[in-house]
Design a protein around this ligand. Structure first.
Ligand SMILES: *Cc1c(COP(=O)(O)O)cnc(C)c1O
Length: 396
């Protein structure tokens, strides 16, 4: 019987624990594995190098790790994918995707805005790819015979603008579509059900959820997963088994965390929208009719990342300095609330004109709302906004 999400987050990838006689995910730290049967070892090695998901003998930890494989099975289940492949970071996962495109085509069509690192990796062409950055409506027109990938991020970083996944899939035709679903998690959005080819997560964010893991994962069909594993073996971008353990532990509470943080974010977004010092609030569903329609069609809820505009970078920085509870820091999706100024940090390496064209103003602050009490969060925001308003009084 197909289980529901609340059950899957707790049990996926861990179904056999009871029969193994253990209650908690075992952590296998072996860097190498005994190979008493040379034939079995050789066959296993060949299978892994060919992209196999499993074999009789793990042989060596760069080829396979049972704890990591559990996290991968869990994520594949949550995303409704054949398989998933985990990496040492979200950027390592994206790198593997770009390298695995191979002769399918080195041209990538990407919809801005994107995570700053993603934007930079594509823009520099470091991995031999060529990129066309386009608006969501212009994907079809940008596709060439050598286009190997269409890439979107929704909600997008940092303006949480939504991109219509089904509309992109339609425009892409036979070209694979990658959705970076980091901000949504499988709790709020399942891109493969909408026709996307693969889903990427920076597992560093919500999947881990406690700010203590750096990881990435791609959920996709079996064939492309095999290619990703081949790239992972050769480039060595593996995930450490302790990190995989922490990710599985994080997944257990993923649904509860995502829903609790979302409730807080909804409250803060509407209070910020009414605050006289805030020029604009960015939050899924608050960006007009078209954005609301996309939200209702492809997401269960708006999530817990929001952004708001102060009048200048200096005013925003004064606010950051005045915070006492909310931590000024990059990253997101932790149990505690984090805030940062994208123009100064996460999107600093993005072309300045591209920043302003996509709403990343100097005074924009991005907040990842945690699971604290909403009243305490609001009290901190309110006092910091007040402190930011009166620089003259402070200077005097
Ligand atoms: C953080 C992030 C990444 C990069 O992931 P790392 O784990 O930091 O390498 C990619 N996409 C999005 C949307 C992110 O927030």
């Amino acid at each position: 019987m197909k289980q529901r999400m609340a059950t899957q987050v707790v049990h996926a990838g861990r179904e056999d624990l009871c029969s193994l006689g253990v209650h908690v995910t075992p952590i296998d730290l072996s860097s190498t594995y005994p190979t008493p049967d040379p034939d079995a070892a050789a066959a296993s090695l060949e299978a892994f190098v060919g992209g196999a998901e499993n074999a009789v003998n793990p042989v060596y930890a760069r080829l396979h790790n049972p704890t990591v494989a559990r996290f991968e099975r869990a994520l594949a289940t949550l995303e409704g994918a054949d398989q998933a492949v985990a990496f040492g970071s979200g950027m390592a996962a994206l790198t593997a995707v770009l390298l695995a495109l191979g002769d399918r085509g080195k041209h990538v069509v990407a919809v801005r805005p994107l995570y700053g690192g993603t934007d930079h990796l594509l823009a520099t062409g470091l991995l031999g790819t060529e990129v066309s950055f386009v608006d969501a409506d212009a994907v079809a027109a940008a596709i060439r015979p050598d286009t190997g990938l269409v890439m979107i991020e929704t909600p997008a970083n940092p303006t949480v603008e939504l991109v219509d996944i089904e509309a992109i899939v339609q425009q892409a035709g036979s070209v694979p579509v990658l959705v970076d679903s980091t901000f949504a998690t499988p709790i709020l959005q399942r891109p493969l059900e909408l026709g996307a080819t693969m889903v990427l997560h920076s597992a560093t964010k919500f999947l881990g959820g406690h700010g203590d893991v750096v990881a990435g994962v791609v959920a996709c069909g079996a064939e492309f997963a095999g290619k990703l594993r081949q790239v992972r073996i050769l480039t060595g971008a593996i995930l450490h088994p302790l990190a995989a353990f922490l990710l599985l532990r994080g997944l257990s509470t993923l649904r509860l965390r995502v829903l609790a943080a979302q409730e807080n974010a909804q409250q803060l977004a509407s209070r910020l929208a009414r605050h006289p010092q805030i020029a604009k609030v960015h939050y899924p569903g608050m960006g007009g009719q078209r954005q609301s329609a996309i939200l209702n069609r492809q997401m269960v809820g708006p999530g817990s990342v929001l952004a708001f505009e102060m009048h200048s970078g200096a005013e925003a920085d004064r606010m950051l300095r005045a915070l006492r509870l909310i931590t000024p820091a990059v990253s997101l999706g932790s149990v505690d609330s984090l805030i940062q100024r994208p123009a100064a940090l996460t999107h600093r390496i993005v072309d300045a004109q591209a920043r302003s064209e996509h709403g990343i103003s100097d005074g924009l602050l991005r907040m990842s709302v945690g699971i604290e009490d909403a009243e305490d969060l609001w009290a901190d925001l309110a006092q910091a906004l007040q402190a930011a308003e009166a620089p003259m009084a402070q200077a005097a």
